[in-house]
Design a binder for this molecule. Structure first.
Ligand SMILES: Nc1ncnc2c1ncn2[C@@H]1O[C@H](COP(=O)(O)OP(=O)(O)OP(=O)(O)O)[C@@H](O)[C@H]1O
Ligand SMILES: [Mg+2]
Length: 398
């Protein structure tokens, strides 16, 4: 601790004796202390303390109206528990009982009257040094905590992207394996359907009623199978997107047009129930993988619409913020409960009924935003709604 900065410390001296105040001020000024505040009326300590924010309080123990112990009791209320604010008590009563009483009320050190110049200077210096060390320690602790927090954040991001990368490989393999048999199942179903259509063209009479019934059942089963296989096809295509995120070049597109095209596709979901509000303030063009970004928009907006039961609003806003293009999708839906928040980006996590959600929407979106060196985040209040925030850096090579 340099003497210069120690001399800038603020010292509040409280003593009802003007002579004492003068002596103390002179003794401290001689040592170079520049910020002294002298107070005769101890009843004014609280407002002066709040305004002056001293680094050290020197306090006479015996004063009319409000003595040193009472002042310390008031100060304790103002000093936070993790702060170290030294109080140096000045007393003519050097008995150990008096000292103990002052100590138990928050004093850190004593000086006996009549005052001794060297003693005053030494004790003030010691207490101020301790105070400054404490402040430095506090600042270091705060910055350590901040570094620790950032480290944890980076670690969880790393774990997340590692997880996504290995999942990507796994999923690519599975999608490939499913895709080949899927092709001949679809082909087979198509041929069966065609054959059935041809049979139905034969005169009805040539079929017995039992056979007609069977053909009817076969048609119904076939319709179900086609519906099911369409879903598998959709799933495989989603899995392939999931595992193939960083291909191709960035292209400049009109992002507001992209949003409108996504809304057009999702129109059937809106019915008259959900109103869309637009707050487009960002620039129109953005370099990105347009097809993939459309998917992110589609997933996030579809989720927003799905979260609303009955009437509600989805607000889509765009803005330019610190070199990033920011798209926010806010809904007035049911919100995301605290306990599932860490899971929503995990592949296959869904709260939707079996058959209606694959749980891949946000996992895919997360990967796509990573491939854009951007981010996807959300904040949510259960019962009130959720806001998803997509951030894309502006300087991606088009
Ligand atoms: N805006 C939102 N409001 C409330 N819950 C949400 C919202 N967005 C996502 N969720 C929750 O996160 C889960 C995962 O979302 P995700 O989009 O990954 O899958 P999904 O919508 O269930 O299925 P799909 O693969 O069809 O998109 C959802 O099931 C839902 O519980
Ligand atoms: Mg979804």
């Amino acid at each position: 601790m340099s003497t210069a900065s120690l001399n800038d410390s603020r010292i509040l001296i409280v003593d009802d004796q003007t002579d004492n105040l003068r002596v103390l001020a002179t003794v401290l000024e001689l040592k170079g202390y520049r910020n002294l505040r002298c107070l005769e009326d101890s009843r004014c300590v609280v407002p002066v303390f709040k305004e002056y924010q001293p680094d050290l309080v020197m306090l006479d123990l015996h004063m009319p109206h409000l003595d040193g112990v009472a002042v310390m009791d008031q100060l304790r209320e103002l000093i936070s528990k993790d702060d170290y604010l030294p109080i140096l008590v000045l007393t003519g009563d050097g008995t150990s009982a008096a000292r103990e009483r002052a100590l138990s009320h928050g004093a850190h050190d004593f000086i006996s009257k009549p005052l001794n110049r060297t003693e005053v200077q030494l004790r003030v210096k010691n207490l101020l040094q301790t105070r400054h060390l404490h402040l430095q320690l506090k600042a270091h602790n705060a910055s350590l905590e901040e570094s620790n927090r950032r480290l944890r954040e980076t670690q969880s991001q790393l774990v997340q992207s590692e997880k996504m990368a290995s999942l990507g490989q796994l999923v690519a393999g599975i999608a490939h394996e499913i895709n080949n048999p899927l092709a001949f199942v679809i082909n087979g179903l198509f041929l069966v359907q065609e054959g059935l259509d041809r049979i139905a063209k034969e005169p009805e009479e040539s079929l017995s009623s039992a056979v007609r019934g069977r053909v009817g059942n076969m048609r119904a089963n076939l319709r179900d199978a086609c519906y099911g296989i369409e879903r598998v096809k959709d799933l495989v295509s989603k899995l392939r997107t999931f595992s193939r995120l960083d291909e191709g070049k960035f292209k400049s597109v009109d992002i507001h047009e992209s949003i409108e095209s996504v809304l057009l596709i999702l129109r059937h979901k809106l019915e008259d129930r959900v109103q869309i509000e637009r707050e487009f303030n960002g620039p129109a063009t953005l370099a990105c993988h347009p097809g993939e970004l459309n998917q992110v928009l589609m997933n996030v907006i579809a989720n927003a619409i799905d979260s609303i039961e009955g009437p509600g609003n989805v607000t889509i806003s765009t803005a330019w913020q610190d070199g990033h293009f920011v798209i926010k999708v806010r809904d007035t839906g049911r919100g995301i409960p605290e306990e599932i928040r860490p899971k929503v980006f995990e592949p296959f996590f869904t709260t939707k009924p079996v058959g209606s959600g694959t749980g891949l929407g946000l996992a895919i979106s997360y990967g796509i935003m990573q491939a854009h060196q951007g981010s996807i985040d959300f904040s949510s209040e259960p019962g009130k709604g959720t806001e998803f925030v997509l951030t894309i850096p502006a300087n991606l090579e088009a």
